[in-house]
Ligand binder design. Sequence first.
Ligand code: SF4
Ligand code: SF4
Length: 205
Amino acid sequence: MSDTNAYPTPQRLIFPADEIDHPWLQHAFNAYHLADVGVWKSIAEEERKGRKLACAKGCSNCCRSHTTIPLFPLELLGLYWFVSSKLDNEMRRRLKPQLENHQPGGACPFLLDGVCSVHPMRPLACRHFNVFGATCASGEDAFFTRREDVLTPIRSHQDAALEAMLPFHGITTTAAKRQAMQNGYLPKQAKVLQEIDWAHLAMRL
Ligand code: SF4
Ligand code: SF4
């Protein structure tokens, strides 16, 4: 679900005009940047031990076999924004029927020709899921078949990414953020990507 780490430092997404029009975007971009840096560090650490990341562009069995990808409210909004306003007409034309026809439990509707069409705004769960060694077989969820090959993200970065989303929910003080993290506020808000009725997004295309 993640591009191969050739060790360039992950860059924060930058869409200045959009961030002015949609201030909530800064929280999504900050969260994704924190997550990406954490994953980047973890992959570098594993590769120093001699492990080889299997994930690469065009490798996408995980996008078909994982059917319960959690999606936080800010991420849902981010996908609406990206698909509605950042994809070119051809991509939108091709994505529309997939969104209209998506059924719960099916492959991710954002997968086009084996490539993630929303890669810059793919959810945290997709960013965090990385596999070493062999690429995943069709239908394989490496988390269950070979947990030892699945990257364990750095917890502090995972938490920081979640915390960066909290201002979107009006949770801004240090104390309130701490309480929200302890109470699992965001996980309680998550939906499952594959169970969302994406036909509503298709209507915008
Ligand atoms: S190796 Fe597995 S987790 Fe990585 S991109 Fe390929 S199918 Fe997805
Ligand atoms: S959003 Fe969908 S297509 Fe993109 S990486 Fe995640 S599961 Fe794959």
